[in-house]
Design a protein around this ligand. Structure first.
Ligand code: CMP
Length: 241
């Protein structure tokens, strides 16, 4: 017997339960609507460190991350990078150009091998028009990002390097932290250069500050993985400006 909720063959690689848990787009959709949306999308894969799109490019599609992580960044003319955000499974990007028809507002690059669902404006907008709860979820997500960007601008304007770096590390602890006998392991590998791009300073400055914290027993690193051993001390650093 035909089952309306049965996933189409090409959608079988998609774990709808996991997608629902992480994704604002899918959380409020019925199974039938979720499979319809997946049916409207195409799947794309990308290797690590590939540009999905560059700032200034024309764009009319939205990406949903199924697997992997991407960074959203701006590049100066001299090639300096400022990381605005890191997005993982279930999160969306490309919604800005899709909604306002302008060019891409930032460059999006894969940090790991990634798999995406890609939705074109011409199919996604008619779908969205009939699902107000999904539209509201997307608006809430965009507000959340604007808040995060306000915090970033405020931190860059008002805080010194150690407070900015401490706040970023505490943020990473909150998002990716796993308790281990040694301390809280941050489950996202970031180079010192990338940490510098998140806080707006050079790799050398990050290195100097991290060394001081390692010497003070506040953090440690193990094969490129950061471990926070004294989060109270890091909180104090985050509050000092
Ligand atoms: P779009 O402008 O189409 O392409 C770049 C994408 O990066 C953008 O859509 C958003 O999805 C994302 N993006 C841009 N600026 C930010 C930001 N400040 N925080 C998080 N994501 C962003």
């Amino acid at each position: 017997m035909a089952n309306e909720l049965h996933p189409p063959v090409e959608a079988k690689l998609i774990d709808l339960a996991a997608l629902r848990q992480n994704s604002v787009l899918f959380a409020s959709l019925s199974d039938a609507d979720a499979w319809e949306l997946i049916g409207l999308a195409r799947q794309e894969t990308a290797l690590a460190r590939q540009a999905v799109f560059q700032v200034g490019q024309a764009g009319d599609s939205l990406h949903i991350v199924l697997e992997g992580r991407v960074k959203v960044s701006l590049l100066s003319e001299e090639g300096k990078e400022a990381i605005l955000s890191i997005l993982g499974a279930g999160e969306v990007f490309g919604e800005m150009s899709l909604f306002d028809g302008e060019s891409r507002s930032a460059t999006v690059t894969t940090m790991e091998p990634c798999r995406f669902l890609v939705l074109r404006r011409q199919v996604f907008l008619p779908f969205l028009e009939k699902r107000v709860p999904v539209m509201l979820e997307l608006i809430a997500e965009m507000s959340k990002r604007l808040r995060a960007t306000n915090t970033l601008v405020g931190n860059l304007s008002f805080l010194n390097l150690s407070a900015r770096l401490a706040r970023i590390l505490l943020n990473l602890v909150q998002q990716y932290g796993k308790v281990s006998p040694k301390g809280i392991v941050i489950g996202l590998k970031l180079s010192q250069e990338e940490l510098g791009h998140l806080v707006g300073v050079s790799r050398e400055s990050v290195n100097r500050q991290m060394r001081a914290w390692i010497d003070a027993g506040i953090i440690d690193h193990d094969h490129g993985t950061l471990i926070v051993m004294n989060s109270d001390a890091l909180f104090r650093e985050a509050l000092a400006s």
